[in-house]
Design a binder for this molecule. Structure first.
Ligand code: E4P
Length: 228
């Protein structure tokens, strides 16, 4: 399973890459806002970091960059996507699952500009990403589970559909808006290719109360072992 960091904060991206070997980044307007930088500055800084790390290439470290959400017509999305894509070969264009978005994704993929169909909340929406040949599809988890829905089946359905039509692995499934270790596990059990989550969620997923307790127990034993 690949781990993408859901953030536009350069310090978090660098630490998650250096410490945990994350495989890519996803951003959205909320993450750009949280970075404290204007959109173009935030993504330019990420592009510069990629060069500094020698990670050039969309297959080596993909960075999903979301279009201006005011853009809903395909022509406007395509024009904006071309400009963003020209900034860095690692940039994957995040496009909302709207009628204009599906049309734009099809155009861009034919041009070799990789896309990530996002704000996906149903298997029927995910089918459009597979048909369009998007590099990624981003079915959201957290927003649905925050409203009482169980998402293990929903991701499993998308995986099953993608396997039925040969899209599995070609359009990679990024389980998005992942907010807990349990949701990471649910997505892994269901067969998502990738999860994207915030820095704190990954940190939490490494820890467990019993691990902490065990360290305490073993430390006591170590310190009270004759000769240590
Ligand atoms: C990633 O591609 C999504 O935009 C992100 O996971 C959305 O989740 P959030 O609401 O936690 O930002």
């Amino acid at each position: 399973m690949k781990f993408f960091l859901d953030s536009a904060k350069l310090d978090e991206i660098n630490k998650a890459y250096e410490d945990w070997g994350i495989d890519g980044v996803t951003t959205n307007p909320k993450h750009i806002q949280a970075s404290g930088k204007p959109f173009l500055t935030a993504i330019s800084d990420i592009a510069a970091w990629i060069k500094e790390k020698g990670l050039e290439g969309v297959d080596r470290f993909p960075v999903s960059v979301e279009l201006d959400p005011h853009l809903t017509e395909a022509e406007d999305m395509v024009n904006a996507a071309r400009k963003i894509s020209a900034m860095c070969e690692n940039f994957v264009i995040k496009i909302p699952c709207l009628p204009g978005g599906v049309k734009a994704a099809r155009i861009l993929e034919k041009e070799g500009i990789r896309t990530n169909l996002t704000l996906v909340f149903s298997p029927s929406q995910a089918i459009w990403a597979g048909r369009a040949g998007c590099l990624f599809v981003s079915p959201f988890i957290g927003w649905k589970e925050d409203n009482g829905e169980d998402c293990r089946g929903y991701i499993q359905d998308i995986v099953d559909i993608y396997e039925n039509y040969g899209w599995y692995g070609k359009t990679q499934i990024i389980a998005a808006a992942v907010r807990s270790p349990k949701q990471i596990v649910d997505c892994a059990v269901s067969g998502a290719d990738i999860v994207t989550a915030g820095f704190a969620v990954y940190a939490q997923s490494i820890k467990h109360a019993y691990t902490t307790q065990g360290i305490g127990t073993f430390t006591d034993a170590w310190d009270n072992t004759a000769g240590n």
